[in-house]
Design a protein around this ligand. Structure first.
Ligand SMILES: Nc1ncnc2c1ncn2[C@@H]1O[C@H](COP(=O)(O)OP(=O)(O)OP(=O)(O)O)[C@@H](O)[C@H]1O
Ligand SMILES: [Mg+2]
Length: 255
């Protein structure tokens, strides 16, 4: 497989919700500087696995390794301090705040020299946020309107911009292009490639198989809460991926 070093690894993760076993010993690998797609049918456990790796949920069992060392990721803030950012499927933006305030949520810039009392440096946050959105190719009609007033695709762009602005090691993107039109989708895919080229790994969850093959370096397939297949994206077809997702294609020794 890859000659790159493993960055983040899930080993035999279990997670149940009452009677539902969402993860049944799921393993997953993210290598340095790659785009890896995490695919699987609805309910396969993708979002649950991402939540367990980004501190939003805690596994019942199994192990997570960061750069080869076991870690217990206790919260999203803890994950962020380890260089791990996430765009959640439900976006988790603050609807009453404007895009710039969302970009800096919890990491607000303060004006220098005012000590712990601190005054928000709104103009610097606005200009840095605009630069981040420009890099993403996002055109927002208003930078000062609350996020609640944006379209679904624009909200998604705000969430993507926020994650890539802060990530230093890994960005998880749970269906970042699902609500986007064709043009915006291509822009987000370009951004994902640029993030990878900066040396940051991207985990892309997507149901769009042509998109997965076009943008990912590798693909890992989850089915019924377990890893069932791994592919080099360039050497796989949409048919291979669908066959693995539905259980028609079985690879040995990947769980
Ligand atoms: N908080 C929760 N409470 C109860 N059940 C949950 C919870 N989160 C996930 N599940 C269940 O765990 C299973 C896996 O869900 P998950 O959201 O991880 O799937 P997914 O692969 O992300 O699916 P999709 O492609 O539809 O987003 C599902 O059966 C789901 O109903
Ligand atoms: Mg999901």
């Amino acid at each position: 497989m890859s000659s790159k070093k493993p960055l983040l690894q899930a080993r035999s993760i279990t997670r149940s919700f009452g009677q539902v076993q969402a993860l049944r010993g799921a393993s997953f690998d993210v290598y340095e500087g790659e785009i890896v797609a995490l695919i699987g049918d609805n309910g396969a456990g993708k979002s649950t696995l991402v939540k367990c790796l980004s501190g939003a949920d805690r596994p019942d069992g199994g192990e997570v390794l960061l750069e080869g060392k076991p870690v217990s990721i206790t919260s999203p803030t803890h994950a962020q301090s380890l260089g791990i950012e996430t765009v959640y499927q439900d976006l988790s933006l603050a609807p009453d705040l404007d895009p710039a305030a969302n970009l800096f949520l919890g990491r607000e810039l303060l004006k220098p020299g005012l000590g712990w009392l601190g005054v928000l440096d709104n103009s610097r946050m606005q200009s840095e946020a605009r630069a981040a959105f420009r890099e993403l190719g996002t055109e927002l009609l208003s930078f000062t309107a609350p996020v609640a007033s944006l379209s679904g695709g624009q909200k998604q762009n705000v969430a993507v911009a926020r994650s890539i602005a802060w990530a230093s090691k890994v960005v998880f993107m749970d269906e970042p292009t699902a609500a986007l039109g064709v043009v915006q989708r291509e822009k987000v895919l370009d951004v994902i490639r640029r993030v990878r080229d900066k040396g940051i790994s991207v985990v892309l969850i997507s149901h769009n198989m042509p998109e997965v093959i076009a943008v990912a370096d590798r693909v890992e397939v989850l089915r019924l809460g377990q890893r069932v297949a791994r592919f080099e994206a360039q050497q796989s077809t949409v048919e291979d991926l669908v066959a693995a997702m539905t259980g028609a294609l079985i690879q040995e020794d990947v769980a």
